[in-house]
Write a protein that binds this ligand. Structure first.
Ligand code: NAD
Length: 359
């Protein structure tokens, strides 16, 4: 059966890096007989320029009708001064996430041994690092109500937010995390602050309950302060980590920086049926847009994640990840990951090298 993939190049380096990922997808589509149909759409600043909105209805309709979405990045100085904040490029992305109910954010932090020197940590601590952070993306304190800044009777102002998770919200992200762990090394660490916050006492309770459906996955719990410490002390102890929106926001950025190369990191945002939007962790890099030097590997690896998590094409996903490892073995590096003795290549040359490694 044919599967539809919506391609949203976006702004800045988006079109350059997505073009390389599309080449790679076309190769695996033929090689593994995947039956993928690729269709393009506009989002972000490029959509605003044409339609006056960062998320045209046409794009939303295509997104809803697709089986998975591959996105480059959105934003740039051209649109930074738009007065109406609702028209800024980032709103296109947020609109897609909320409109498609993409509550499960998967952020792998993988450090290819070939790039161990790029990390700020000692190579022996991070070489071969491969962890997956599953972050709840549409709930928790970032969305909880009531929220605001109010003036008290004594005239002093007070800011307040609400940290709230319902049982069903916890259950659905737990399911994503356990299923992700099943596809990896079957170890899941749930991160909370159950010694202080009742909402995470419930979080822990539900995680334990859901774990009964996944006897093959080993569940552990860790307080968030300790998790932050362990991530920089001995990150390789983790396989999959699951946590709420705010803790996940912070821990996933810390984990990403362990790898030292933002141009290498893919991400996924999934709905309850594992339909998802896949994108590199980095932004639209306006400082290097149009120069042909951006690293396309995060986007190519996002395409691999899409095949693995939404389209269930594990062999094709494995093949792409192996091809990326092979080009790194060949010493090919874009400028962001370049070091002495390696061969500096352009965005297009890197894409072509991955295509060649697949053939
Ligand atoms: P950025 O990630 O775009 O860039 C940070 C630095 O990393 C820059 O020096 C850039 O050149 C470099 N970089 C990023 N990706 C690279 C790649 N693939 N290859 C080589 N170098 C790369 O973050 P920023 O500068 O803070 O933001 C730029 C724009 O991107 C802003 O408009 C921001 O709002 C937007 N943004 C979009 C997303 C998204 O679409 N998901 C995420 C973050 C930022």
């Amino acid at each position: 059966m044919s599967k539809n993939v919506l391609i949203l190049p976006g702004d800045g380096i988006g079109p350059e890096i997505v073009a390389e990922a599309v080449k790679v997808l076309n190769v695996v589509n033929d090689k593994f007989d995947l039956g993928l149909t690729l269709e393009e759409g506009l989002v972000g600043g490029s959509a605003y320029d044409v339609h006056g909105t960062p998320l045209p209805e046409e794009t939303m309709n295509k997104a809803k009708a697709s089986d998975a979405i591959l996105l480059g990045a959105v934003g740039g100085p051209k649109w930074d001064n738009l007065e109406d904040r609702e028209l800024r490029p980032e709103k296109g992305l947020l609109g897609l996430r909320s409109g498609l109910e993409l509550f499960g954010n998967l952020r792998p932090a993988i450090l290819y041994p070939q790039l161990a020197d790029a990390s700020s940590l000692k190579p022996e601590i991070v070489s071969g690092l491969d962890i997956l952070i599953v972050r709840e993306l549409t709930g928790g304190i970032y969305f909880g109500k009531p929220r605001g800044i109010r003036t008290l009777e004594n005239g002093e102002r007070e800011g307040y937010n609400t940290y709230v998770y319902s049982e069903s919200e916890i259950r659905r992200i737990a399911k994503v995390a356990f299923e992700s762990a099943q596809k990896r090394n079957k170890k899941l660490c749930s991160v909370d602050k159950a010694n202080v916050l009742e909402v995470t006492v419930l979080w822990r309770e539900i995680l334990e309950e859901v774990s009964k459906d996944y006897p093959d996955v080993e569940l552990s719990h860790m307080y968030v302060d300790n998790a932050a410490m362990q991530l920089v002390r001995a990150p390789k102890q983790f396989d999959v980590m699951v946590t709420g929106n705010m803790f996940g926001d912070i821990l996933s950025d810390a984990a990403a920086m362990l790898t030292g190369s933002i141009g290498m990191l893919p991400s996924a945002s999934l709905d309850k049926d594992n339909k998802g939007m896949y994108e590199p962790c980095h932004g639209s890099a306006p400082d290097i847009a149009g120069q042909g030097i951006a690293n396309p590997l995060a986007t190519i690896l996002s395409a691999a994640m899409m095949l693995r998590y939404s389209l269930n094409e594990v062999a094709a996903a494995d093949a792409i990840e192996e091809a990326v490892s092979k080009v790194l073995d060949q010493g090919l590096r874009t400028a962001d990951i370049f070091s002495d003795g390696m061969k500096k290549v352009s965005t297009e040359e890197m894409g072509e090298a991955v295509v060649a490694a697949l053939s």
